[in-house]
Design a protein around this ligand. Structure first.
Ligand SMILES: NCc1[nH]cc(CCC(=O)O)c1CC(=O)O
Length: 315
């Protein structure tokens, strides 16, 4: 079933052309083109298939109310399934923990800045915001973490792609908004970042800043082609973060943060936070640290952090 048409100098099968299924937001296209460049540098021919997903069409409700992360991924998987495309490039943050039967994450690329960023025309930091200022975010994680930092702020929903969100800010609908630093940097909008929150202050979402490449599990040809793009340390860190989400039954209807960092002694340290958005503003945190040499150990570390979260009151 290999769609091969010859061999590269390394003896790998070479596809005549690799088709990347991608959403059509500016960020999604940047990400797909990034993977396109990386593969072209290795001698592959690559084209893009742009698609509009349900997640892109539903801009008036929070994602958590309309079905969650899968909305951005499903149409792309259909294109892989029916052979219109070979691979899909995703922001890992938006990829559900369990992929549908028959799909695998073949590759995690080197991660961009995983931090959240404070963006505001007027205020340099969150601390500079006046009492009761309006901050835009539709992320439950950002809401509960913001609430812990500044209970006085008014948090208002903010949806749409990056350009839309920035336009709403510039229109004056918010005093400040929170966005992922990675997306701003990729689109050359780094100058909009007033403060990047250290993870201690605003713990990132599992997988934030990382790109994942999804393929049909039976495409051994593609899995081999993508292997050199894998960034192993970041892949293991992200695997432990995603394990926290999986263990907590994670979806974006749950305020959950998980962020893992390699330590100077070579161990991996993961921090996690869980919030109770409807309840009394409960926010619990946990951390775990250990030697991680493979995906199973990365998952075990994430599971341990999730157990500690539960022991601390998360459910
Ligand atoms: N939920 C939307 C989303 N998914 C991925 C990114 C970009 C950052 C990344 O790659 O993690 C963003 C924008 C944001 O959260 O501000």
């Amino acid at each position: 079933m290999l769609a091969s048409c010859g061999s590269s100098s390394h003896g790998n099968p070479a596809l005549s052309n690799i088709v990347i299924a991608t959403r059509e937001s500016r960020l999604a296209l940047w990400q797909a083109e990034h993977v396109q460049r990386l593969l072209q540098e290795r001698g592959h021919s690559v084209s893009l298939l742009g698609m509009t997903t349900l997640g892109d069409q539903i801009l008036d409700r929070t994602l958590s109310k309309v079905g969650g992360k899968g909305l951005f991924v499903k149409e792309l998987e259909t294109a892989l399934d029916d052979g219109r495309a070979d691979i899909a490039v995703h922001s890992l943050k938006d990829v559900p923990m369990e992929l549908p039967e028959g799909f695998v994450l073949a590759c995690v690329l080197e991660r961009e800045d995983p931090r959240d960023a404070f963006v505001s025309p007027k205020y340099a930091t969150l601390d500079d915001l006046p009492q009761g200022a309006v901050v835009g975010t539709s992320s439950l994680r950002r809401m509960v973490l913001l609430r812990a930092l500044r209970p006085d702020l008014r948090i208002e929903p903010l949806r749409g792609n990056l350009d839309t969100r920035l336009r709403k800010l510039d229109d004056g609908q918010y005093d400040g908004i929170i966005l992922a630093a990675a997306g701003l940097k990729r689109l050359g909008l780094e100058s909009r970042i007033r403060t990047a929150f250290e993870p201690e202050t605003m713990l990132p979402a599992a997988g934030q800043g990382a790109l994942g490449i999804e393929v049909r599990a039976n495409r051994a040809d593609l899995i081999e082609i993508l292997a050199p793009l894998m960034h192993r340390p970041d892949a293991l860190a992200v695997t432990s973060e995603r394990a926290v989400s999986r263990a907590m039954g994670g979806s974006c209807s749950m305020p959950l943060a998980a962020h893992a960092r390699w330590q100077v002694d070579g161990t991996l340290r993961i921090e996690a936070a869980w919030g109770d958005i409807d309840g009394a503003g409960v926010l619990v945190r946990a951390e775990a640290q250990g030697a991680v040499g493979d995906a199973a150990q990365a998952e075990a570390l994430g599971d341990e952090a999730a157990s500690l979260l539960r022991a601390a009151g998360a459910n």
